[in-house]
Design a protein around this ligand. Structure first.
Ligand code: GLC
Ligand code: CA
Length: 538
């Protein structure tokens, strides 16, 4: 038995530690006006689903003005709503209507870069003496005219583009249409404080912060070191370790500044970071446990295989390395990473159900992605329908991220309840017959009802919300843990049945719903790929 986490949280823990969060990708959630694009009114119209499911907060992928070179992640105005998605009035209404259903609203903020069409960049590139020149990262060519250093973009290719007008290069860690801001500039810092306040003052409960680990770059713009055989896949792919174009120690000053701002509100606001780094670095983004991010996305967990040993290791390492008071976040899917029903479960529903139970029963805040609750799989998109610039650029070697961004299938049939039957959605709907909300909602054995029941169980068993995590020894292929003293979780991540000995109790929920409520005395037998959460006698 491994004691992995620190003391149990008191039940007066802040709301976000007890919460289940849910990511909405607005363009693909629900289209209220039949233009094929999901919108804010569509989210309002579907709040009933989210309340019924029991989620406590939603995070909306960017809703701000964007020319959509990277679908909202290239922002041209941080204080206005993208017209395709609605108006500020509708946004305010969404916050109000969500609050009526006790659902908080978090937004996505993109501080690392703007759109090249943002007025700040238009000014910055206009001349080397413009006061906004220093808001972005500009550097002279090398004597031979080449890029200032060897940095590569995480979307591939050089991270620098020459601006012929002024003869300098600007930095972009993503597309050339996404110039990186210069976070050494105090004006940039002050501006973002103001943007945070703008939305906090409208009742926004927090932010998911886009690539927050890379916003500060090496002040001397030193070359990244070459990758070695020991480096991970990405470093090998890019041929270098991203040591200087991100992940700098000074980023923590900025995050601490944001945390102070978030805590200055009467209902403190929540900071959720996109932190695609290894666990030893991930835990640093929590600062001392109370002064940086509230939640940091755990990419080693997302990218681990659905294997008992591998996943247990990630969770134990995370639990062991987190500073006191810090709180994990567990997620299996998002708009970049492919859906867990495909990536972890390979389309096998038993495995997807087990993964869902895992996410909802670990110590930490689960963040579901729209469609996870019905076990939605990736839905491959034909070449001619691709929208993601990465798919367009790299097809067929890499199809990009469209397959995980296709519209939500609310019901069977043309339009799928996402849009009107005669309307062509911005990305094609996958097949709606096999997996949709309407049909699963009326089926007590469905994955959707399982999701709802697990979320409800968390409320009736506070130990599932805040109890400590402790691994329980189990046969090969099985991962089992205890939450507090009274709850145990066991996942049989193998095809064959297994017996777990030495505990008595009662199954609250099994992924094979026929097994709900069964009592066990010293021996619990699990079917292949069955997961259970049980009350146990201490
Ligand atoms: C984040 C977003 C991703 C986007 C990138 C650049 O990784 O999740 O969708 O392409 O940042 O903003
Ligand atoms: Ca619409």
């Amino acid at each position: 038995m491994t004691a992995a986490s620190d003391q149990p949280e008191p039940q007066d823990a802040p709301w976000w530690k007890k919460a289940v969060l849910y990511q909405v990708y607005p363009r693909s959630f629900a289209d209220s006006n039949a233009d094929g694009i999901g919108d804010l009114q569509g989210i309002i119209d579907r709040l009933e689903h989210l309340e019924w499911l029991g989620v406590d907060g939603i995070w909306l992928s960017p809703i701000t003005v964007s020319p959509n070179a990277d679908w909202g992640y290239d922002v041209a105005d941080y204080r206005a709503v993208q017209p395709d998605l609605g108006t500020m009035e509708t946004f305010d209404d969404l916050v109000a209507r969500a609050h009526e259903r006790r659902i908080r609203v978090l937004l996505d903020i993109v501080p690392n870069h703007t759109s090249e069409r943002h007025p700040w960049f238009v000014r910055s590139r206009s001349s080397t003496t413009d006061p906004m020149r220093d808001w972005y990262v500009w550097a002279d060519p090398k004597p031979d005219g080449s890029s200032p250093n060897n940095w590569v973009s995480s979307f591939g290719g050089p991270a620098w583009t020459l601006d012929p007008n002024t003869g300098q290069y600007y930095l972009h860690n993503h597309l050339a249409e996404q110039p990186d801001l210069n976070w050494w500039n105090e004006g940039v810092r002050a501006e973002f404080d103001d943007i945070f306040r703008f939305w906090f003052d409208r009742g926004v409960a927090g932010f998911r912060i886009d690539v927050c680990n890379i916003i500060v770059k090496d002040a001397r713009l030193r070359d990244n070191p070459p990758a070695t055989a020991d480096d991970d896949f990405d470093a090998q792919l890019f041929g270098q370790r991203p040591v200087f174009n991100g992940n700098r120690p000074e980023v923590h000053d900025v995050i601490r500044r944001w945390r102070r701002l978030a805590e200055s509100y009467d209902a403190p606001r929540v900071l959720v970071g996109e932190t695609p780094v290894k666990i030893d670095k991930l835990v640093e983004y929590y600062g001392d446990g109370s002064d940086e991010l509230n939640l940091a996305f755990n990419f080693p967990f997302i990218t681990a295989p659905l294997d008992a040993g591998a996943m247990r290791q990630v969770v134990e390492d995370t639990e062991a390395q987190l500073p006191p008071g810090a709180w994990p976040a567990w997620t299996g899917s998002n708009h970049d990473m492919s859906r867990f029903a495909s990536r972890w479960a390979g389309g096998d529903e038993d495995k997807a159900r087990l993964a869902l139970l895992m996410l909802l029963c670990l110590r930490g805040t689960p963040v579901l992605y729209q469609g996870d609750e019905i076990g939605l799989c990736d839905s491959p998109v034909d070449k001619d329908d691709l929208r993601d610039p990465l798919g367009v650029r790299y097809w067929p070697a890499y199809a990009g991220r469209d397959a995980m961004r296709t519209p939500m299938p609310w019901r069977e049939g043309p339009g799928g309840g996402f849009t009107e039957p005669g309307t062509r959605p911005w990305l094609p709907l996958g097949p709606t017959a096999r997996c949709n909300v309407e049909q699963q909602r009326s089926d007590p054995g469905s994955m959707l009802v399982l999701a709802r029941d697990l979320i409800a169980l968390r409320r009736t068993h506070p130990e599932l919300q805040t109890g400590r995590y402790e691994t329980v020894s189990a046969p090969d292929g099985v991962w089992a843990w205890r939450r507090g003293d009274g709850v145990a979780v066991a996942l049989n991540m193998s095809d064959r049945p297994v017996d777990l000995d030495g505990t008595a109790g009662r199954v609250c929920i099994s992924t094979h719903r026929a097994g709900d409520g069964r009592a066990f005395d010293d021996r619990l037998t699990l079917r292949g790929w069955e997961g259970v959460v049980a009350e146990i006698s201490p």
